[in-house]
Design a protein around this ligand. Structure first.
Ligand SMILES: *[C@@H]1O[C@H](CO)[C@@H](O)[C@H](O)[C@H]1NC(C)=O
Ligand SMILES: *[C@@H]1O[C@H](CO)[C@@H](O)[C@H](O)[C@H]1NC(C)=O
Ligand SMILES: *[C@@H]1O[C@H](CO)[C@@H](O)[C@H](O)[C@H]1NC(C)=O
Ligand SMILES: *[C@@H]1O[C@H](CO)[C@@H](O)[C@H](O)[C@H]1NC(C)=O
Ligand SMILES: *[C@@H]1O[C@H](CO)[C@@H](O)[C@H](O)[C@H]1NC(C)=O
Ligand SMILES: *[C@@H]1O[C@H](CO)[C@@H](O)[C@H](O)[C@H]1NC(C)=O
Length: 610
């Protein structure tokens, strides 16, 4: 405490009255956070935090930057860059909510991990018609499947510098930063490093592998996150040019249409998507405009217009199919989108994303089409609000007969989530919708990978899901990455379930539920699944509670059913080796959120120093 007071007063040597007030608030915040271990303590800490926000955005940003620097939560340039971007959004929201209310409890959950989420705010999603009593039957005729490629979480670093220091203390390395050492014992190789987002050359290499293994695919889906992890440096012009380059790269290297969706990194500041009811000069409409222009070549002009007017969501039917792809913006449900805390009123469907889904699913049902949902963040993850996850599940339950599958990314892990008509009675009969979650190109959370699905041309259900990967630890990786089939889900898991999968059976929700039963009893099968999550790199053992929670999370396409436990400071690694549970660690928090949690962790792990 004494050291911090001295540090703070040194920071404000030219003392004005407001600087004194600010210094007092900062030391109050530090004292409150040092001992905060539960929800009540978060409310207590919010009193001086809200007072600081009322002094203005600049006071808030400089106050938290000085705390971040003093406790060494991040390098000083990262503290300053993150807080100058995310700080004003946080200050805006903190000024608007009532401490102790539902929004404030959600905030303490998402930013500090100090509260559990409040109970669901009841809301019934309106539907234009009830579910049909005699729904259309989708039956496989055993016709040869077609292929679809899924890429996700590219995070390409266009400023990657070969030979730069790969072992830095910033969120990503392999770049020349102002404070980079003159020499390094750990130079960045030409194709990437696990502490860095990938160079363009690794993306080029992956696209050659896509052509090699999936050249005949009907189309590709991309489930978001083009921009790399330089969250403390991004601005609108950088993100715009990175989005444009990525679209050009896909268009020039592939001869198949791409159906993309928007990721939380595809904005500046990161995760910044204000609701349309928020009065602010900051808007993310430029992101939707950029994506609309970049995607039009594949999705057509009508869908491109929807991207513009529906905050990034659209629907399109790939030619030669009877399949409606509904691409949604999942970021208005994302806990790290700090705009979502700026009112005590619980807004059930910000920007009408659920209403858009309902319209499109109803249109598919009326037209006798099947539908896929594609998006960035899977609805069951611990970084999705329980409220919106619950409302989303209502939509899935209503249109489960139309929806053949859902596809997401964001976690950087090869995973799946099952939805149920009755979550209190989970079995192969109540299992009724399946979400496939793709691994990432970025090597920060496992070996770089992509998926190729075999799709039944009559039902549009997934017959097989094959993961292709390159091994960054291979001695030849830095000369020329080689890409290989890692595993086929049908070959690996089809024979294990009871009864065994038959040739015309798809990898539907019932199949995946039966597989979770295998994972609870067959140690080898679960061990292999646990390796595959990160494609055999950075694997941590998962037994006991970790295993039961991992299986619980597979059965939780609705976030309130997941077994994730939020703890003070959260865990922020993509695959957290300090946590015994690869699935429970909240996924991919980034930017300002990780700074705030790191401040809390630094204060609490070393409170005597401050
Ligand atoms: C990375 O840096 C840390 C801290 O400076 C050092 O202990 C470690 O040996 C370095 N690792 C490599 C691979 O150079
Ligand atoms: C915001 O979006 C909702 C849902 O689409 C819509 O009903 C509402 O009119 C929009 N409000 C504004 C101010 O644009
Ligand atoms: C999955 O397929 C099996 C076998 O074809 C079928 O019995 C089951 O009802 C299907 N489940 C779902 C959720 O479609
Ligand atoms: C358990 O899984 C392993 C590997 O996936 C498989 O080889 C083995 O036959 C399974 N054991 C049983 C009893 O099904
Ligand atoms: C990757 O390569 C390393 C080094 O050759 C090897 O030890 C490891 O088993 C490989 N991983 C996979 C998943 O093949
Ligand atoms: C605690 O703080 C002291 C003084 O700043 C520092 O030397 C020490 O490394 C810190 N320990 C940990 C575990 O962070």
């Amino acid at each position: 405490m004494f050291t911090l007071m001295r540090g703070v007063s040194l920071l404000f040597t030219a003392l004005t009255l407001s600087a004194v007030a600010r210094a007092d608030l900062i030391s109050e915040i530090v004292t409150a956070l040092e001992s905060a271990v539960e929800c009540g303590a978060c409310n207590a800490a919010l009193v001086p935090i809200q007072a600081l926000a009322h002094l203005g955005n600049n006071a808030f940003v400089s106050g938290f930057t000085s705390i971040c620097e003093l406790v060494g939560a991040q390098d000083n340039d990262v503290c300053a860059g993150e807080l100058s971007r995310t700080g004003p959004i946080l200050a805006h929201s903190i000024r608007k909510f009532s401490i102790g209310g539902t929004t404030s409890q959600k905030f303490c959950n998402a930013v500090f991990g100090l509260c559990q989420e409040p109970s669901i705010t009841p809301f019934s999603v309106p539907f234009p018609s009830p579910a049909p009593t005699n729904p259309k039957k989708w039956v496989s005729k055993g016709n040869a499947p077609f292929q679809v490629v899924q890429l996700s979480d590219a995070h390409i670093d266009t400023q990657y510098v070969v030979g730069s220091n790969a072992n830095c203390t910033k969120p990503i390395c392999c770049r020349t930063f102002a404070d980079s050492p003159a020499t390094t014992t750990d130079p960045a190789g030409p194709f990437g490093n696990s502490k860095c987002d990938p160079p363009v050359d690794l993306a080029t290499s992956m696209l050659s592998a896509v052509k090699q293994f999936g050249g005949g695919a009907k189309f590709m889906i991309f489930t978001g996150d083009v921009e790399d992890g330089d969250t403390w440096l991004v601005d609108q012009s950088l993100v715009t040019s990175d989005l444009q380059s990525f679209d050009s790269m896909l268009a020039s290297s592939l001869n198949m249409p791409v159906f993309p969706s928007i990721g939380n990194h595809d904005a500046a500041p990161v995760n910044s998507f204000p609701r349309n009811i928020t009065h602010t000069t900051i808007s993310s409409q430029w992101v939707f405009d950029t994506l609309s222009a970049g995607w039009e070549r594949w999705i057509g002009s009508a869908a491109a217009a929807q991207v513009d007017t529906n905050s990034g969501s659209y629907a399109a039917v790939p030619s030669g199919t009877n399949l409606r792809i509904i691409a949604i913006n999942t970021l208005f449900w994302y806990k790290q989108n700090f705009w979502l805390y700026d009112t005590d009123t619980q807004v059930p469907d910000p920007n009408g994303v659920l209403a858009f889904m309902v319209d499109q699913l109803q249109a598919a049902e009326d037209a006798g089409q099947r539908a896929w949902i594609i998006g960035h963040i899977p609805a069951g993850k611990s970084d999705v609000f329980h409220d919106q996850s619950n409302y989303y599940d209502q939509v899935i339950q209503r249109y489960k007969n139309t929806i053949a599958a859902q596809f997401f990314g964001h976690s950087h892990k090869d995973q799946f989530e099952i939805a149920y008509s009755d979550y209190t009675n989970q079995n192969a009969v109540t299992a009724d919708s399946i979400s496939f979650i793709a691994p990432a190109l970025t090597p920060t959370s496992g070996n770089p990978a992509f998926k190729i699905y075999d799709i039944d041309p009559d039902t549009y259900e997934v017959m097989d899901s094959k993961v292709y990967f390159t091994n960054i630890s291979s001695p030849t990786f830095q000369n020329s990455p080689t890409w290989d089939l890692y595993y086929s889900a049908r070959a690996a898991y089809g024979p294990l379930v009871n009864p065994a999968l038959q040739p015309t059976d798809s990898l539907n929700a019932s199949f995946w539920h039966r597989l979770t039963e295998v994972f609870s009893t067959n140690d080898t099968a679960f061990f292999e699944y646990n390796e595959r999550i990160s494609r055999g790199a950075g694997v941590s053992a998962c037994t006991g509670t970790c295993r039961t929670n991992t299986i619980c999370d597979m059965r939780a396409a609705r976030a309130e059913n997941s077994c994730d436990v939020v703890t003070p400071g959260l865990h922020f690694k993509k695959r957290d080796s300090t946590s015994n549970n690869p699935e429970v660690a909240p996924d991919t928090a980034c930017g300002g959120a990780s700074v705030f949690a790191k401040i809390l962790t630094a204060l609490q792990s070393n409170s005597t120093a401050f």
